[in-house]
Design a binder for this molecule. Structure first.
Ligand code: 4GN
Length: 237
């Protein structure tokens, strides 16, 4: 899977040189190319932005500069994504869908944004990572790269994407609580069932905890039936 990132701040992406994403790059499972939009400036002072027609605060990135940066990486099957607070909210289903693409081009805006004409010309999807405003699209682009890369074959250990919160197999329940050594921590003891060795009982307990946890933290994720089940489980205790 190839990610081409069009940005004015490529150095921000050095944070993707750690842990699982670093290993995925080393194993050539994913490729992340950083394209500095400034390299496509039309003048000797390397300007990329100008004041908005009609007036108003701030600067806008000029369309021709962005278009040329895009042209340097475009491919037949590429999908161009613009990270913006106006976009459709990213969720785990969208992450899975994007992971099916071979080539994603991520466009990161800065300042007050980008001239609308080049957005209309090249952008396939506008995506937001949440209802808040950031200084640039770089952090959202990194969130997208990280979340999508987890679904690329070989990036994670085999079974770790299908059991987790928000995956299809558990119908959008949150994950059950997990425990490791020591057996006792500040007077709190690991739930007895987990040290029982009874795998059927453990699986049952985990499913119950998932539904209870989801009811308490994110009840809106549950169907009416699941909420009723959660209430029964809580009252049983
Ligand atoms: C994306 C971009 C928030 C998001 C952004 C988001 C940069 N802020 N919620 N800021 O995913 C004007 C130009 C704001 C680009 C944009």
């Amino acid at each position: 899977m190839k990610f081409d990132v069009l940005t004015l701040f490529p150095e921000m992406f050095e944070t993707l040189n750690s842990s699982i994403i670093k290993r995925a790059k080393e194993k050539n499972l994913i490729e992340i190319n950083l394209i500095n939009i400034r390299d496509f400036s039309k003048d000797k002072h390397k300007h990329v932005d100008d004041t908005p027609y009609g007036g108003g605060a701030g600067m806008l990135i000029m369309p021709d500069v962005v278009y040329d940066a895009y042209s340097s990486v475009k491919s037949k099957n590429a999908k161009v994504i613009y990270l913006s607070p106006k976009g459709k909210l990213l969720n785990q289903n969208k992450v899975k869908e994007l992971a099916q693409s071979e080539h994603l081009i991520l466009l990161c805006g800065h300042y007050e944004g980008i001239d609308q004409r080049v957005l209309d010309e090249i952008v396939d999807e506008e995506i937001s990572i949440g209802d808040y405003v950031l200084t640039g699209g770089e952090l959202p682009a990194m969130v997208l790269i990280d979340s999508v890369s987890r679904y690329v074959d070989g990036v994670l250990s085999e079974d770790s994407t299908d059991e987790e919160s928000f995956s299809d197999s558990n119908e959008y329940l949150l994950e059950y609580p997990a425990y490791t050594r020591p057996l006792e921590f500040r007077g709190k003891i690991v739930p007895k069932v987990l040290t029982s060795g009874n795998h059927q009982e453990i699986e049952r307990w985990r499913k119950e905890q998932s539904i209870i946890m989801t009811y308490k933290k994110r009840p809106e994720l549950l169907t009416k039936e699941q909420r009723e089940k959660a209430i029964k489980l809580i009252n049983k205790k």
